[in-house]
Design a protein around this ligand. Structure first.
Ligand code: FMN
Length: 140
């Protein structure tokens, strides 16, 4: 089982319409390939975790990296893991752009700021720690 994390920059401004569109087209694909994960979005950037078999994760990452809706795709981690962190989700979208001001301010003060939102880290453990902060803060 492998876990891949990447960060990218959206070509336009991210909103729920775009996130829902991506999640909508991902769910069937991912379910079919036994891929699970989470997609975080600020107004400007994506941070995605995908988990599954070696071939499936490689193929999916190549497909995603070619998607014209984003650019500056940076690989943050590709690790062999014992088990899934996001086993319940074929793909779960988290719209950080929609968080309340207090939560956004807390995340920005801890992780830094980028284009007005929280800066997604480019170290694997930091990316997972950020996701953990969000999960334990309640909105998801
Ligand atoms: C930020 C982002 C995340 C994506 N995540 C997934 C995903 O988890 N699974 C998936 O099948 N497609 C995902 N896609 C969409 C793929 O890039 C691609 O459009 C989709 O898989 C359809 O590919 P196809 O037209 O070759 O079937 C994502 C796209 C973007 C921009």
């Amino acid at each position: 089982m492998y876990r891949l994390i990447y960060k990218s920059k959206c070509k336009g401004t991210v909103d729920w319409r775009l996130v829902d569109q991506i999640i909508g087209s991902s769910e069937a694909h991912n379910q079919n390939d036994r891929v699970t994960g989470v997609l975080l979005a600020t107004k400007s950037h994506f941070l995605q975790v995908i988990e599954g078999g070696f071939e499936e994760i490689n193929d999916l990452f190549l497909r995603i990296a070619r998607d014209p809706r984003h650019e500056e795709v940076q690989l943050v981690g590709f690790t062999c893991v014992e088990s899934r962190l996001f086993g319940g989700w074929a793909m779960h979208g988290i719209g950080i752009f929609d968080f309340n001001e207090d939560l956004s301010a807390a995340l920005i003060s801890k992780w830094g700021e980028e284009s007005g939102g929280v800066r997604f880290p480019v170290q694997e453990w930091q990316a997972l720690a950020l996701i953990n902060d969000i999960r334990s803060s309640g909105p998801e």
